[in-house]
Design a protein around this ligand. Structure first.
Ligand SMILES: Cc1cc2nc3c(=O)[nH]c(=O)nc-3n(C[C@H](O)[C@H](O)[C@H](O)COP(=O)(O)OP(=O)(O)OC[C@H]3O[C@@H](n4cnc5c(N)ncnc54)[C@H](O)[C@@H]3O)c2cc1C
Length: 296
């Protein structure tokens, strides 16, 4: 078995699980990751539904354990972003900035990307204060942070950041779509405030090194300042790197057993770590059978 047989795009829970399971069959995949190991899980405040951790575990601690397990089976991810995935003459060509790799089999475990947004323009000078995940600002202290959203992610982000900062959640509608237990926890934290029926209409640079927000609650306009603004308004599959030919032949390639989708990238509303891990393991088992490697 040559390592060029299988590549995995994305080292989140799905990609990591696929890599570990492939290694059990003696197949060493190339695990390609554009950022860091762990994917979206790095943002989770407290994971309470992943079996084996009866008191829950923070996303970052769980990611550390995943990283440790990858190291134990000697899988070192290549930190390269897949720019394009081509399929030519029965071979996948995986293009990164460094090189183009040929592979027989590809596992796409690239997760999701933030949903597009058009309510207001984000000026260039505040772009470094705008985030779509909390992971990059988990060390923030004494900051004013505004989160746009009303789902699990918005409330989970708020709980995570409220330990050391003042957090405001803005919901453009009036219904909350978060798990009731996250909502109850957020309601019990004095450093979290919540405004329903509130939209941001304009964002600009604030002279005191922050962001000036113009908001509208029903008919009333008001202004606020923030150090950071976080979007938690939903996510969609990250498949930007598919070439036209791969897109057109997608189903046939999946049916043929040379292309696999694992984890959040295919799970629509069922985006959970345990499901992503199970998907990754299942992809590896199917690959094993396809390559006729001894696997039980
Ligand atoms: C705030 C929050 C709280 C959560 N809490 C829980 C919880 O309590 N319990 C639970 O089970 N789940 C929770 N989740 C969900 C969980 O994090 C996801 O279901 C899980 O991370 C999905 O794993 P994945 O591997 O499919 O995708 P991801 O974790 O999104 O990983 C995809 C990886 O692919 C990489 N990638 C993407 N494109 C490319 C490319 N072109 N080239 C190379 N690499 C690429 C990304 O950088 C990323 O590392 C939470 C999520 C969030 C945001």
């Amino acid at each position: 078995m040559k390592s060029e047989d299988v590549t995995i795009i994305g080292a989140g829970p799905a990609g990591i699980a696929a890599a570990i399971q492939l290694k059990r069959y003696g197949i060493t995949p190339l695990l390609l990751e554009k950022e860091e190991i762990g994917g979206l899980l790095r943002n989770a405040n407290l994971v309470e539904n992943y079996p084996g951790f009866p008191s829950g575990i923070t996303g970052s601690r769980l990611v550390n354990l995943f990283r440790e397990q990858l190291q134990r089976v000697s899988i070192l991810p290549a930190f390269e972003e897949v720019k394009k995935l081509y399929f030519k003459k029965k071979i996948f060509l995986v293009e990164t900035r460094k090189k183009t790799y040929p592979f027989r089999i590809v596992v796409i475990a690239s997760g999701t990307k933030p949903r597009g947004f058009a309510d207001f323009v984000i000026p260039e000078e505040v772009k470094d204060k705008i985030f779509y995940e909390v992971y990059p600002i988990l060390r923030a202290r004494k900051k004013e942070i505004v989160i746009i959203g009303a789902g699990d992610a918005a409330f989970d982000y708020a709980l995570n950041l409220s330990q050391n900062n003042q957090v405001t959640i803005l919901n453009s509608g009036q219904h909350i779509r978060s798990l009731p237990l996250l909502l109850e926890r957020a309601q019990a934290v004095s450093s979290i405030s919540y405004h329903k029926n509130t939209r941001i209409t304009r964002v600009s640079n604030n002279s005191q090194n922050g962001i000036l927000l113009e908001c509208k609650t029903l008919g009333n306009t008001w202004k606020s300042r923030a150090d950071y603004l976080i979007f938690a308004i939903g996510r969609e599959p990250q498949l930007d790197f598919l070439s036209e030919k791969v897109k057109q032949n997608f189903r046939a390639l999946v049916k043929k057993g040379v292309l696999y989708l694992s984890g959040d990238v295919k799970n629509r509303n069922y985006r959970q770590t345990a499901i992503a891990v199970g998907d990754g393991i299942m992809a590896a088992m199917k690959i094993c059978r396809r390559l006729k490697v001894v696997c039980s």
